[in-house]
Design a protein around this ligand. Structure first.
Ligand code: PLP
Length: 408
């Protein structure tokens, strides 16, 4: 069967979709157009659907393990797509990256230890650190010539004897940066020198736009001068097909740990948490996605990039009060809404009540997220057209007395 085009709108209502079916609970309003949580409104690759149908017809859904072909699918994907030769004995698994990050924090730090994150950043990192009784330390991203970068000087200063872990978001959600070899090398050198373990969340590794290229930090074995760089020995890398192929609901991800001692400690904690067993469709979905999803992905990426360009052009031409930049990767746009002159609560309510749009408030991503909103372009173009129309209309109705001034 030929895949339906990404342009086709498929209703997700009534599928228990968090994005669509929980709008009332999240936004207090059922009719917001949802462009929030990071999944897409497109059907996953047909080979996954066919494999599931066959498996459903079998009718027995007992405990399901990971066989050699499952691990080969992960090894093949990382080698083909990211040039990283991963070994079978480095691969562990977990039901979703958030559970893996929680497990790693428990395995590699003690209560009271410090964990560094780089805000504004994916908000469950906060819960994982605080919820496990560790101290949260911020190394905020900085903006240089309009581009988000890592503040290495600040990072050096923030690390002390209690600092055990840095959580790297690579590519970065929500600002869309794909870190360069030079940036990763600098970060690696600091973490090696200061004896910090890196949890590298690479869930967005496959959604990257040319000329940018995702580099798994653990794959760096030498620095630019050719000297050895053993960052892989202290890195736990989290990957998943969930964003890439729009199968987040399968809760199936892989954890790559080249260091034997860290691998054993991670698995021990994973099993103590009862998270070692995968689920039947998660295991099958990951394997088929990585083995047979590449052609689909090669069509999806240009579609997403066109969605980004389309949205940015619409902002520039008719909604100049909202500023955004082309991300290096991810299907997320980071809207700077400062010119709307609203505090964060008003901004959120304005998007819900006046524009009838359900976006993620920037403040949930922590410091640096103030007066921002995250906008998910992983949908058919007509959804974007509708969203941008709603935004334009709401702005046109805005009274100048609210402190907002039209610039055109
Ligand atoms: C950076 C990042 N990590 C993890 C996740 C979620 O991972 P999982 O659903 O596998 O727990 C997301 C989802 O948006 C994400 O953006």
């Amino acid at each position: 069967m030929i895949e339906k085009s990404f342009d086709t709108f498929i209703s997700r209502e009534g599928t228990s979709s968090v994005k669509w079916d929980l709008r009332q609970e999240v936004f207090g309003k059922r009719d917001v157009l949802p462009l929030w949580i990071a999944d897409m409104d497109v059907r996953c690759p047909q080979p996954i659907i066919e494999a599931f149908k066959k498996r459903v017809d079998h009718g027995i859904f007992g405990y399901t393990g990971k066989t050699a072909s499952f691990y080969d699918a992960i090894i093949g994907w990382e080698k083909r797509r990211h040039g990283w030769p991963v070994k079978r004995e480095w691969i562990s698994c977990c039901p979703g990256i958030v559970s893996g990050i929680n497990t790693a924090i428990q395995a590699f730090s003690q209560p009271g230890d410090k964990v560094i994150i780089q805000p504004p950043v994916y908000h469950p990192f906060y819960d994982a650190v605080i919820g496990n009784g560790r101290q949260l330390v911020f190394n905020p991203l900085k903006k240089e010539s309009g581009r988000f970068t890592i503040d290495f000087e600040d990072l050096e200063k923030k690390i002390d004897d209690r600092t055990k872990i840095l959580i790297l978001c690579s590519p970065h959600n929500p600002v869309g940066r794909v870190w360069t070899a030079d940036e990763l090398e600098k970060l690696a050198k600091i973490c090696i020198r200061k004896d910090v373990i890196v949890l590298s969340d690479e869930i967005h590794q496959d959604i990257v736009y040319a000329p940018h290229r995702h580099i798994p930090i653990a794959s760096l074995t030498t620095d630019a001068q050719g000297s050895p760089l053993q960052i892989g020995e202290r890195t736990i890398t989290f990957i998943a097909p969930s964003k890439t192929f729009n199968i987040a609901g399968l809760a199936s991800s892989a954890v790559i740990i080249p260091n034997k001692r860290l691998f054993v400690e991670f698995e021990h904690r994973l099993n103590a948490n009862g998270l070692g067993m995968g689920n039947v469709f998660g295991i099958l979905g990951l394997e088929v996605a990585y083995n047979e999803g590449e052609e689909w992905l090669s069509r999806l990426l240009p579609y997403l990039e066109e969605n980004i360009d389309f949205t940015l052009k619409a902002l520039e031409e008719s909604i100049p009060q909202i500023k955004s930049q082309k991300p290096d990767g991810t299907f997320l746009l980071w809207f700077d809404c400062e010119a709307l002159g609203k505090d964060d609560l008003c901004l959120r309510n304005w998007f819900i009540e006046k524009a009838s749009l359900g976006l993620d408030s920037g403040v949930v991503f922590g410091p640096g997220g103030e007066q921002h909103m995250r906008f998910n372009i992983g949908c058919p173009r007509r959804t974007l057209v509708e969203a941008l129309d709603r935004l334009k209309t709401a702005l046109a109705e805005e009274k100048p007395a609210s402190g907002f001034h039209f610039t055109h």
